[in-house]
Design a protein around this ligand. Structure first.
Ligand code: ATP
Ligand code: MG
Length: 258
């Protein structure tokens, strides 16, 4: 059986990912799971842009990317953050290889809407050959969310959406969004299970805001394709206890208990 999990590790949490999280990964690996990891880098990109005195703004949770912002985003994502995460995995005994979505034909994109977002891509195709090649020999591919257009222009891609596209193309059993909160919080309480209808309601009532919007939207698009289960979990602690995952599970519909 194909046992694959795609993790998206948020830039919000990447520096604070706990030893428990890596222990969970090792347990899953020993249980026969293969992984691919897509990572973000939002706060690090913002901090470098601030140092360089380059303005940055967000539209619907996605960073508006000028050519100058793209240059910094690529440097931070496929340089600093990618290498940082690969070395964390390696130091926990997990074999990892860093890649950009622009490597090996992995992520192909078109402009999302150049006038609104600038150099931001919407993924059009994922070529998983390079991922299978690495996973089949026991490596964890660690992917920076950048993509190439047909004419080989590099574009910045929202990491949540990149992870969702990779998970669909890999036919992953699970897609896990690892972030800095325990899941979706409503009225101070963690939601354990939500359907797309629940999520739409929580967006319109502004319970779900900011960076959580692209996350749940990409969760829903992954679910409607081939991925069986999507979860939002906290990277600051353990997400796995006795084979049960802790966080918010996003499911197609609630089971009716008669
Ligand atoms: N209802 C909600 N429940 C929980 N968090 C929410 C909710 N609505 C908005 N958020 C925000 O979403 C944030 C997580 O998304 P964010 O985009 O900041 O992180 P990330 O995707 O993990 O990191 P990055 O975007 O850098 O890769 C939380 O820290 C929280 O502030
Ligand atoms: Mg985010």
């Amino acid at each position: 059986m194909n046992k694959t999990i795609v993790f998206k590790c948020g830039g919000s949490v990447i520096k604070e990912i706990s030893d428990d999280f890596f222990a969970n990964l090792k347990q899953l690996k020993n249980d026969g799971w293969k992984f691919a990891i897509v990572h973000g880098g939002g706060p690090e990109i913002t901090s470098m842009l601030n140092k360089l005195k380059i303005n940055t703004e967000f539209v619907k949770g996605q960073r508006k990317t000028t050519k100058q912002v793209l240059e910094v985003a690529e440097m931070i994502l496929s340089g600093k953050m990618n290498k940082f995460f690969v070395s964390r995995l390696t130091s926990h005994g997990l074999k990892a290889v860093g890649l950009s979505g622009t490597d090996g034909g992995l992520l192909k994109a078109e402009y999302l809407d150049k006038k609104v977002y600038g150099e931001v891509g919407s993924i059009k195709a994922v070529d998983t050959n390079v991922l299978h090649g690495l996973m089949d020999v026991g490596f964890i591919p660690v992917i920076a969310p950048l993509a190439l257009t047909e004419s080989c222009q590099t574009l910045n891609v929202n990491a949540d959406l990149a992870a969702s596209a990779v998970a669909s193309e890999l036919n992953a059993n699970k897609l896990m969004y690892v972030t800095d909160v325990s899941g979706i919080i409503n009225n101070g309480k963690l939601e354990s299970e939500l359907t797309p209808a629940d999520i739409k309601e929580l967006i319109s009532s502004e319970v779900i805001t900011g960076g959580m919007i692209p996350k749940v939207e990409s969760a829903m698009s992954a679910l409607s394709e081939r991925v069986k289960e999507v979860m939002i979990v906290n990277g600051k602690g353990s997400f796995l206890a006795n084979d049960t995952f802790t966080g918010t599970k996003i499911i197609k519909e609630k089971e009716h208990v008669l």
